[in-house]
Design a protein around this ligand. Structure first.
Ligand SMILES: Cc1cc2nc3c(=O)[nH]c(=O)nc-3n(C[C@H](O)[C@H](O)[C@H](O)COP(=O)(O)OP(=O)(O)OC[C@H]3O[C@@H](n4cnc5c(N)ncnc54)[C@H](O)[C@@H]3O)c2cc1C
Length: 390
């Protein structure tokens, strides 16, 4: 077993770090927890694209770098240390491009892949609905066939980035009344089409990240159907494994960790307090374990396997770490931690209060911890759920 990175990978890490340091110094972004997700900047995404850092793992024939998932994980670890704005390209690069490479038609690949990799278009993901979150099979947004078109009616919710995106990757029912799990499909929908309304939703901090999206008789050409009609449920399942195991599940509030360490080091009474030392050391252990889990997911993916159980374990453990970190720093700084950004007394750039309010969502977005445990139990441990006879 070799736990070290190659010389090239260490050099790559330094190159990314230097770029981010320079960008931060020149004022492109500020280092603040959750900013990678809250902020969207086509200009910054294009700077990453120009360096070949988008689509790094995609095959060369689609403009990608044909590099390993380990390289991408190194890149993301550095990125999340700095938290630059990523939302413009994030969904397109992380999962929509790879899903298109896998399931898309040649025409779709030609139309979308280069634009995603060059950060010329932005995507959002339309899966969840008011009556369907964990249970994706319960969605009710319908795409009815009419000649060469689908006519879409329904509503999505919690749609991150819909207010900035050009397209929505939409999961819809295409066979109403058909068998569960074999009645839905994935369609790419241009958000500028008539009949679409995007309404903002504000989270507890008052930040606008996600939205409600309404569809009223939206006419979409059938060429935008991705993969096979009525096989969408299985396509979605294979896609979520790739969105669960990355560094964004461990380091969404990483600046808080560095900030807390700094405060404790500079304060003699905190530094010598055995409870503080004990808790900080416990967090350090969990951060290191989380890193190993994320790199393990990358390694499994590089072996050509779908990181199903591994990604579920990683997300479950890592997001809990993020919550514990928020709890600890809130406790550590007491009432000062609650001062919101913009006041002279505000510690850590307002990260403490903001992060604490963000943290319930860490174990919900991308699959709740309960659902992840079901994945681990059923697909990892073979503990299949069977209904008891009455
Ligand atoms: C910050 C954020 C961003 C998001 N962005 C997007 C996005 O861009 N696109 C998108 O489509 N969605 C998005 N979501 C939605 C997210 O995918 C759902 O919130 C999530 O899947 C849970 O669904 P739900 O909220 O309907 O909760 P529910 O599914 O109603 O679950 C409620 C509770 O019941 C538990 N539960 C449900 N079913 C079971 C079960 N079978 N066994 C045990 N426990 C169960 C859950 O764990 C949870 O604790 C986002 C959510 C958040 C918080």
């Amino acid at each position: 077993m070799d736990f070290s990175f190659t010389k090239e990978q260490e050099q790559f890490r330094m190159e990314v770090r230097q770029f981010l340091e320079d960008e931060m110094r020149s004022g492109t972004f500020e280092k603040k927890s959750n900013y990678y997700l809250e902020k969207s900047s086509p200009e910054f995404s294009r700077k990453l694209a120009a360096r070949g850092w988008l689509g790094m793992t995609w095959p060369k024939e689609y403009g990608g770098g044909n590099r390993s998932y380990m390289d991408r994980a190194i890149f993301m670890e550095e990125i999340l240390n700095y938290q630059p704005p990523l939302m413009y390209h994030f969904f397109g690069e992380r999962q929509i491009g790879p899903a298109l490479i896998h399931y898309g038609s040649d025409e779709q690949k030609r139309e979308f892949l280069t634009k995603i990799i060059n950060a010329e278009i932005s995507f959002c993901l339309g899966i969840s609905e008011p009556g369907a979150g964990s249970d994706v099979a319960a969605i009710s947004t319908v795409a009815k066939e009419e000649g060469d078109y689908f006519i879409i009616n329904g509503q999505k919710i919690w749609t991150t980035n819909a207010h900035n995106a050009d397209y929505i990757w939409l999961v819809v029912v295409t066979n109403p009344g058909g068998p569960k799990y074999r009645n839905m499909s994935e369609i790419i929908v241009d958000l500028k089409l008539p009949g679409i309304t995007v309404r903002p939703l504000y989270n507890m901090i008052g930040v606008h990240c996600f939205n409600e999206v309404f569809f009223e008789d939206v006419k979409v050409h059938k060429k935008h159907l991705v993969g096979e009609k009525n096989k969408g449920f299985h396509q979605v399942l294979s896609q979520v494994d790739y969105e669960r195991g990355g560094f964004e599940r461990l380091m969404q509030n990483y600046p808080l960790y560095e900030g807390a360490k700094d405060i404790i080091r500079k304060n003699v009474s905190l530094k010598s307090d055995p409870v503080v030392r004990d808790k900080m050391a416990a967090l350090d252990i969990e951060l290191e374990l989380g890193r190993l889990l994320v790199y393990h997911v990358a390694w499994v993916t590089d072996q050509g396997r779908i990181p199903n159980r591994e990604a579920a374990i990683s997300k479950h453990f890592c997001t809990r770490f993020e919550q514990k970190l928020g709890d600890f720093v809130t406790e550590l700084l007491g009432q000062f931690g609650q001062v919101m950004p913009g006041y002279p007394e505000t510690p850590l750039n307002g990260d403490v209060a903001d992060s604490y309010l963000w943290s319930p969502s860490y174990t919900i977005q991308g699959g709740t911890s309960e659902i992840l445990k079901t994945v681990i139990a059923t697909r990892g441990l073979d503990l299949i759920f069977t209904k008891r006879k009455a």
